[in-house]
Design a protein around this ligand. Sequence first.
Ligand SMILES: *Cc1c(COP(=O)(O)O)cnc(C)c1O
Length: 383
Amino acid sequence: MSRGINTRCLHLQETEGQVNNYGSLSFPIYQTATYAHPGVGRSTGYDYSRLQNPTREHLEKIVAGLENGKEAFALSTGMAAITLLFELFRPGDHIISEADLYGGSIRLFDNVSKKNGLQFTYLNGASDDIESAIRPDTKAIYIETPTNPMMNVSDIEKIAQICKKHGLLLIVDNTFLSPYFQNPIQLGADIVIHSGTKFLGGHNDTLAGFIVTSNDEIIEKLRFLIKTTGAGLAPFDSWLLIRGIKTLGVRMEKAQQNALELASWLKEQKAVTKVFYPGLPEHPGYEVMKKQARGFGSMITFNVDTKEHALKILEEVKMIKYAESLGGTETLITYPTTQTHADVPEEVRLRNGITPCTLRLSTGIEDVEDLKAELAEVFSKLN
Ligand SMILES: *Cc1c(COP(=O)(O)O)cnc(C)c1O
């Protein structure tokens, strides 16, 4: 019987059996570039750390287990993971992508992938007719759910069925919920992406990215690509991720509890015109979330009445930090227009619903009363 997810965040070392690290509960950091060979034509299984490193491998096994995938690959950042993944495609290939994505992904697709000959159609995965966008050269559908930052929710199982019918790969960026709340491979996705910088690392202190899959052909290709292109996660960063993941469950639960309270509280504020949080029953994705995920996460996007008020909130926060990124222990507030989505053309931003009045909150694990008290003080200064 498979162990529960909190146990799987902690106890891979002993179940693996092959390592006896003097009883060390903390997995060793194999800080080495290369490995001595016992003889000619012989190998310890490790040749060079660009190809394999025991600390990175240990992390990869943990993440593969959490996502119920066969294999995970740990990369230096989330963007390195997505960039490596797109090496699977060839010039001429067509990808259907969710329109509202992390700004860095849109920047990659529009400025690098297109130059390399890939073609993209952007759709709203929650409401548009995906099937009618499929062409003979379509190879994959790429989604986030919920999306960054507008929190649109699409039905993974439904899109997976379309992919199966047309022989397309379904790629899901699962950063916003982490494997603790959602497992896209179980819902029919072929490939899962994570920015490990966010909830998996969880402490706003290191960058990482993951690709997870159970498809043997893709695993083989990715192994070759990581060896060839060289963006594998460094041993010390791998160890930080192993340590961060130990508390994934308690962090996700506490941050979600705070987010549920803050989302309801924000709705009551005079300056707030709309709250986008899929844990609110009026959110259009609420029922789909209940069906496909075990939680709603801790990301809240909201609109205020004026751009001046949005900027004033960013100026006035103190304990809550005005910063990019998300998914860490500390609560952060982000301004997508000039930060995460600055490189997305304005008309695309506006079409996706990102306005100069839009703010994104990554709820941390502080005492919720302190978060509310600070926000109440900030909001009291708006007029
Ligand atoms: C942050 C983020 C990324 C990129 O990850 P990095 O680790 O910053 O490179 C990709 N997708 C989503 C949804 C993100 O939030």
